[in-house]
Design a protein around this ligand. Sequence first.
Ligand SMILES: [Zn+2]
Length: 269
Amino acid sequence: MQNIIFIFSLIFLIISIYLVYSFVFKTKKANPEILKKPFPENFRKILEQRVLYYRNLSPERKKEFEERVKQFIADKKITGVDTEITDTDKVLVAASAIIPMFAFPYYKYPNVKEVLLYPHSFDEKFQTSDQVAGKNVLGMVGDGFMNGSVVLSRPDLEKAFDGSRHRENVGIHEFIHLIDKADGATDGIPEILFDHSYVLPWLKEIKKEMAKIKTGKSDIRPYALTNNAEFLAVVSEYFFDNPEKMKSRHPELYNDMVKIFNQDPEKYV
Ligand SMILES: [Zn+2]
């Protein structure tokens, strides 16, 4: 009998320690002191020089964006792997997260605890040494023991935000996967953003556009053909990075994206 009481007490103790630990871990801010200060002038300069999306916002919306950058940096750990983290890194990671969810100010990526920046691209096992063949992954959402983390190649993040327009943006790409994953399935249907009634038309649109990519009739990166989740991530990069071009080349798809993200970035141009 005493043994049973002992085992139950032990289980109770372990559960309590786990609950206290997870509560502290979830509520602890990674960088709380930033919230007490005004938005740093050098952060603003980085946004102005590198993030076209921000540069095209109205002054009021810029303020809102800056607050969200501060909050993101306060909440999430941004860590360099074999590299020192700079202010540019922090601002660009935060911008990648905020841009797709700018219309949803209360969304704070509960499924992200840490963003890891690598000094190069890496392979799927996070190896970056020169001996590793095929190290060409630019970003990844962690799974298994890496759950809760996002991994990005710093040079590719910097290239994505170099103040010019392209169709690729590794930061936005990975945060789109996280938004997609928030409903439990990374399947190209970000249910936290849209109603069930919209699932079928969206799947139809994916199929239609994929057929065009396959026959070379689309300027969307062929990587979008990998699966529906990659399709969503790839077209979202295009949507936020070069809205004018995407709207003129893919008006229907563009309208779908406006509905999904509840914003029209072309209006900021
Ligand atoms: Zn991807």
